[in-house]
Design a protein around this ligand. Structure first.
Ligand SMILES: *[C@@H]1O[C@H](CO)[C@@H](O)[C@H](O)[C@H]1NC(C)=O
Ligand SMILES: *[C@@H]1O[C@H](CO)[C@@H](O)[C@H](O)[C@H]1NC(C)=O
Length: 302
């Protein structure tokens, strides 16, 4: 007797700030190790320095992650940030965005159809979009077609939308945000990918949101997923991409284990020990989601 093989949606494994569970976040080694460990995509944050360089950095200041201090917009790359390393071992230099673009253009990365979500936080000046555009035109003009497939422009705020559309008409846009309402209101048409926190998607309203997005041909990503029960829930919810720090765990639980499962085994796998079977956890995520919704009002303009 042959078992029916399950029709399985295997989500993309997106390495959050690179393979940041094992290596210093947003560094070349964390991106390279994510690639080596078969992530589907990278995610990384950009900031602009006083002298106009675009660097890979999550926070507004250098304090938490590097041996330096200060607001990135108020210090120079040349002569300061270029000499810093990460606080996390092994100490790594701070990469510029152009280094990561080079990496994305490496033959094996192109051959694996990898992409990168470039996360542009709402507390960046909107002019960072022009700086990215000018950099790509100046240094990667011959590769724009490839880069338009690979780089997904991730924005948080509707104020960034028009400039993004004007400057990057061939690139995909990702809305990253906390509020499903904001996603619906401002980005359901404009964005290709909607990237929402796990807590926002994990209830009935979140499930409906995923279905609506899919009906419109949009893909849904969720973050930051670092435990296996949440990964199972991601499979049950049918999200298209999962953003997390632990690439090997994600590859195992979101991809490898699923290969070759029968329908019954698959159903069993995704419902087994999902996070939300516990009422207390559901209540926790509900409250977290409400808090995020209100927190996002200030900056999303609703
Ligand atoms: C990545 O995938 C390739 C091809 O499937 C496989 O040969 C390799 O072992 C994988 N690497 C890791 C670190 O799992
Ligand atoms: C960063 O470090 C500088 C120098 O120690 C300090 O003045 C500043 O308040 C710190 N900023 C944050 C956000 O912690």
């Amino acid at each position: 007797m042959t078992k029916d093989k399950a029709v399985v949606t295997i989500p993309d494994v997106v390495a959050h700030r690179g393979y940041s569970g094992q290596y210093p976040e947003n560094t070349m080694i964390s991106y390279e190790k994510a690639i080596e460990n078969n992530a589907s995509a990278l995610e990384g944050d950009i900031r602009m320095t006083k002298d106009g360089e675009i660097i890979m950095m999550h926070d507004m200041t250098l304090n938490r992650t590097t041996t330096g201090t200060g607001n990135i917009g108020q210090v120079n790359w040349h002569g300061y940030i270029d000499g810093l390393v990460t606080k996390t071992d092994p100490p790594q230099p701070i990469p510029r965005f152009k280094d990561v673009v080079q990496l994305m253009l490496r033959r094996d990365v192109i051959d694996k159809n990898m992409y990168m979500i470039v996360d542009i936080k709402f507390d960046n000046p909107i002019a960072i979009l022009n700086a990215v555009h000018d950099l790509l035109k100046a240094e990667f003009a011959d590769h724009m077609k490839t880069l338009a497939r690979q780089l997904v422009i991730g924005i948080w705020h509707v104020d960034f939308l028009k400039t993004t559309q004007d400057l990057f008409p061939d690139f995909k846009i990702c809305f990253i945000g906390l509020s499903l309402d904001a996603a619906r209101k401002y980005f359901f048409d404009a964005a290709d990918l909607l990237s929402m926190p796990f807590a926002a998607l994990a209830d009935k309203e979140g499930h409906e949101f995923i279905q609506e997005a899919h009906a419109r041909g949009k893909r849904v990503a969720t973050w930051t997923v670092n435990d296996v029960e949440q990964m199972h829930e991601c499979l049950a919810m049918g999200v298209d991409a999962v953003v997390g720090d632990h690439v090997q765990v994600m590859v195992k639980h979101l991809r490898e284990t699923l290969e070759g499962l029968s329908v019954d085994e698959y159903a069993d796998y995704i419902t087994k020990s999902t996070y939300l079977s516990h009422r207390r956890t559901r209540v926790y995520f509900y409250l977290l989601k409400k808090a995020m919704h209100y927190a996002s009002r200030g900056y999303i303009g609703m």
